[in-house]
Ligand binder design. Sequence first.
Ligand SMILES: *Cc1c(COP(=O)(O)O)cnc(C)c1O
Length: 454
Amino acid sequence: MKTPAQQIPPVHRFTSDPVIAAYDVLLGHGRVRSCVQAVLDAMRQRALEGTAVADFSTLRDTVLVQLSQAHGQSLIPVINGTGILLHTNFGRAPLAEAALTAARELGRGYSNLEFNLSEGKRGSRYDRVSDQLSELTRAQATLVVNNCAAAVLLVLDTFARGREVVVSRGQLIEIGGGFRLPDVLRKSGATLVEVGTTNKTYASDYRAAVNVNTALLLRTHPSNYRIGGFTAEVPSVELAALAKEMSVLAFEDLGSGALVDLAQFGLPHEPTVAEEIAAGIDLVAFSGDKLLGGPQSGIIAGRADLIALLKLNPLLRALRVDKLTLAALSSTLGLYLDSDRLNEIPFFALLQTTVEELRKRARALVSQLPARSPVLVCDTEAASGGGTLPLTRIPSAGIAISPQDFTVAELALRLRNRRPPVIGRIEDQTMVIDLRCLRPDEDAVLAHALSCTL
Ligand SMILES: *Cc1c(COP(=O)(O)O)cnc(C)c1O
């Protein structure tokens, strides 16, 4: 007669199970083995306390749930059915094929990252994309760092440490994820001088605040909110002129950073980097993975003498951008410079899919599901997201699911537990999956997930 502990199947029965062993490549055999061991140890403990030992198949199910959860903790692709194109939780902009190829080609071997090929000696990584960026922004010089928050920190640390920075009360932004302008200013050792009111700030407010200790006038783009009604802000061209007149710098945290006029994609016009440079702003900071549609990065464009000073700041070393990002960024910028290829940037391609096309895909998807599935084609509204164009709704289409035998929260959980996970929006008692952010080849994956889940 076996003791309860002896009835527990051996570890190798689990680790040699093909479904369990499939996790070896995802998590590593050692991790899979310790997961099995943990489940069996827990069972052994409970058996000693008098619980009957579960059979192999039950224990195997427990192991599989844990492995799937462990896999979900690692970085994996998800199907973004939220309709939010630049969702920060989902990694913002998807990258163009060309950008991925470039990162792969560059990453698999050595590169001239910090080597000047014409002189045969040390070079600068920051030179690798500077010509492209200058062409696109019309700025004298540019610098790429880890993200826009780093770009703002570097500018403030370089030019405003121990000095004053004048900001309009209507522009004291919080972007989310811990980026609050007053906090970044404090961290850089600058003193914030607020001027104007929440809804109205005039040039005279800035003028009255400037003194010998003022380093710069900071203009921020109200990325993720809009102040409506009776409002006034000082336009960039006026702010730039005022800064020049008072011998201080004009710095703009443009955030979303459009490089082209978004009106061509049916979106409202967003100030482009080139427009702000043309307005006379000395330095403009923006993100690489928002409206630009590239990898996470922060770009500073502006006066060459100021960019040269930024390069001398030791802080730059801690904020520097890596080679894979530079490869992907350079390749994405290349698509802008070859205007026929702008649609290769997924953000623009996804924006341009017509609602009729999305409805058609939604109908095709529903037709693949078992008859009487509680799934309907519906019109939806997508959004740009990622702290850009907060008021803009993008007409879109998708599917609405009203599960009959369980709650919509349970459906959401089941879909998140799929691999790849599917994330949608819950509206009332319905789950909406917007097709705007799905590549057409993801429709079949979604259809399969739904037929397994409903
Ligand atoms: C998004 C944003 C930031 C932060 O950019 P990251 O690239 O996420 O660091 C800063 N300022 C503004 C105005 C933004 O919109």
